[in-house]
Design a protein around this ligand. Structure first.
Ligand code: LR7
Ligand code: MN
Length: 572
């Protein structure tokens, strides 16, 4: 019986095993069917994709007919060098007028093909990157107020020539009430031949912020890409941007912005490994910075997207849906300025991510002055900046307001923007600084601030610490008690600074102003118990000359010309 029972168990077990086998087999079959179905689907999708691409290509305008001479002026992004003194008088006049109207060398630009070639500026690692097959498409919005024909149309053609047709749905050119004749009927007639390009016009001068809003309202693609009207897109610029947005629609992405020289239209570029990220100073001006160490570590690889606290403003792509959700732009901002920081703060504080994409490069003509008229009688940049400070910066706005003694003037109504911040449940500005921009110097954290007065003379350390004065020696000047060029702050890490300028000493006699780099080195100072200003790296002390007029660095002796008094010192 024992044996019989065993057999019975055996049979049961066997049946069980057979049942299990059956289940497994069926499952395997099912899986195989599913796999084939998916394969088939993928094949269909790729086929459809390919068909769409071909279709799009078929209908591209014959824009590439005008194939430029490979040795023509400016080809491969080369410089066009013109000796203006050798130009005939009428040509010379054109040359001068071009500069005057545009603040770049229009004469040189006019010599260059609208389809000029550019070098492949991408780092080699970029070529191995794969992007999604089914990327979202984009509308490119280009706003302009008076732009030279060749520069504007080269912007447009560089977009058409270097974007995969199926990803570029349309280009929306927004004319912000230009008065140059070529931007009227001639532009209309020209773009009508470029199937994807449309011109919309503002009814009065609105400024770039409301002009972009008009362009945005006309856009229909999944992603909106904004570009300035004097740009050139390089090969492969678009895919990496769209890919990041496909990854997550709250990624807001900027290309690396290369420099197109204003004099020669030379396309300048370097490795994206050395690219800069965006910041700001307490004057609410946009600033560039190196990639911080913590961000290098986080990314792990040199061509991965770089998180940036702010964007320059002109060149970026954003999901159309997300831009809408996020409250587009503040329509109360005029002409120019502020909107870039406003959007940057908003993206980060309200749950998005702002990135620079190293494998996407777009060139931009950087100008030394603004060629067009601004609103008279109003400081629009200040007004725009106050609007953003009021809404987004909490108590930190006071560091900005101190710059003009809290004289805010009329900045309009920001209640709707404040309501937007409420509605989106955004984080506060302290969170932003701590988590997104920890390298920002916060004046309230200064160990000492105000004038630095010599104890031996009635003289103070004096320098305009702005970028026009970088590399210039710092001098002594009679103390005036007005702050201004005598206002300094000693940071926790030992910098003596104002905004982005730091006292910097690298040997010799002079102390100079240099952009703060946060690496200590030549910028590390210590205000010691004995009231000397000690330079850590060289172990020298700041000393005022016998005549009181110059600041020099000397061996520390503790004589009274080496003793200093800061206006304010925080209790340590
Ligand atoms: O009233 C105006 N209406 C316009 O349509 C004034 C300007 N514009 C257009 C103009 O034709 C141009 O295409 O707006 C664009 C930007 O104006 P620019 O090129 O005269 O100024 P900019 O290059 O110094 O502008 C930078 O900062 C601006 C702040 O409001 C905007 O964010 C710009 O887009 C931004 N440009 C860039 O980010 C490119 C990189 C430069 C840097 C840093
Ligand atoms: Mn610009």
């Amino acid at each position: 019986a024992v044996g019989g029972k065993d057999r019975e168990v055996d049979v049961k077990e066997k049946r069980q095993i057979e049942d299990d086998d059956e289940v497994l087999r069926r499952k395997a079959e099912e899986e195989e069917r599913e796999r084939l179905r998916k394969q088939e689907e993928e094949k269909k999708r790729l086929e459809e994709e390919r068909r769409k691409k071909e279709e799009a290509l078929k209908f591209e305008p014959e824009q590439k007919k005008d194939v430029p001479d490979p040795n023509g002026p400016g080809e491969s992004g080369k410089a066009v060098v013109i000796d203006k003194d050798k130009l005939a008088p009428d040509e010379r006049k054109k040359f001068d007028d071009g500069w005057q109207k545009n603040a770049y060398n229009q004469y040189a630009s006019d010599m260059i093909s609208l389809h000029r070639s550019l070098p492949d500026v991408r780092d080699t690692e970029c070529r191995d990157l794969k992007y999604r097959e089914n990327l979202p498409d984009t509308s490119v919005v280009v706003c302009f107020h008076n732009e030279a024909w060749s520069v504007l149309l080269r912007t447009v053609h560089s977009i058409l020539d270097r974007s995969p047709p199926h990803l570029l749905k349309e280009i929306i050119m927004v004319d912000d009430f230009s008065d140059m004749d070529h931007l009227k009927a001639p532009l209309e007639e020209y773009v009508i031949k470029l199937k994807k390009v449309r011109v919309v016009r503002t009814k009065q001068r609105e400024g770039l912020i409301r002009a972009r809003l008009l362009g945005f309202s006309a856009a229909t693609a999944q992603v909106v890409t904004f570009l300035d009207s004097h740009c050139e897109c390089t090969e492969g610029w678009l895919e990496p941007l769209l890919d990041r947005i496909a990854e997550n629609k709250s990624n807001v992405v900027c290309p690396v912005i290369d420099v197109i020289e204003d004099e020669t239209l030379k396309y300048q570029y370097g490795s994206a490994k050395a690219t800069s990220i965006g910041g700001f100073d307490w004057n609410l001006q946009f600033t560039w910075h190196g990639i911080p160490e913590y961000e290098r570590k986080r990314r792990g690889n040199d061509v991965a997207p770089i998180r940036s606290p702010t964007m320059a403003g002109g060149l970026f792509a954003i999901s159309r849906e997300y831009f809408e959700e996020l409250g587009t732009y503040d329509p109360g901002m005029d002409i120019w300025g502020g909107e870039n920081l406003e959007l940057s703060f908003r993206v980060w504080m309200c749950g998005g991510v702002l990135e620079i994409i190293p494998c996407s490069h777009v060139g931009h003509i950087f100008r030394k002055r603004s060629p067009y008229k601004w609103r008279t009688g109003v400081n629009v940049v200040k007004k725009n900046s106050i609007r953003l400070a009021e809404v987004w910066m909490d108590e930190y706005r006071n560091y900005y307001y101190e710059r003009f003694n809290n004289d805010l003037g009329d900045y309009g109504d920001v209640s709707e923007r404040k309501a937007l911040r409420q509605r989106l449940h955004c984080k506060d500005f302290r969170w932003y600084i701590k988590n997104v921009y920890p390298d920002l110097f916060v004046p309230g954290e200064a160990i000492a601030s105000g004038e630095i007065r010599s104890k031996a003379k009635p003289m103070c350390i004096d320098s305009p610490a702005d970028h026009h004065n970088y590399h210039k020696p710092v001098n002594m000047w009679p103390c005036h008690g007005q702050g201004g060029n005598q206002y300094w702050m000693l940071s926790k890490s030992g910098e003596i600074r104002r905004d982005d300028g730091c006292l910097d000493y690298s040997g010799g006699n002079d102390v100079i102003i240099y952009p703060c780099h946060g690496q200590k080195g030549n910028q590390e100072w210590s205000y010691r118990e004995d009231n000397t200003l000690y330079h850590v790296n060289t172990q020298k002390c700041a000393e005022v000359s016998v005549d009181g007029k110059t600041l020099t660095m000397k061996q520390c002796t503790g004589i009274d010309r080496q003793l200093w008094q800061w206006k304010r010192k925080s209790p340590s």
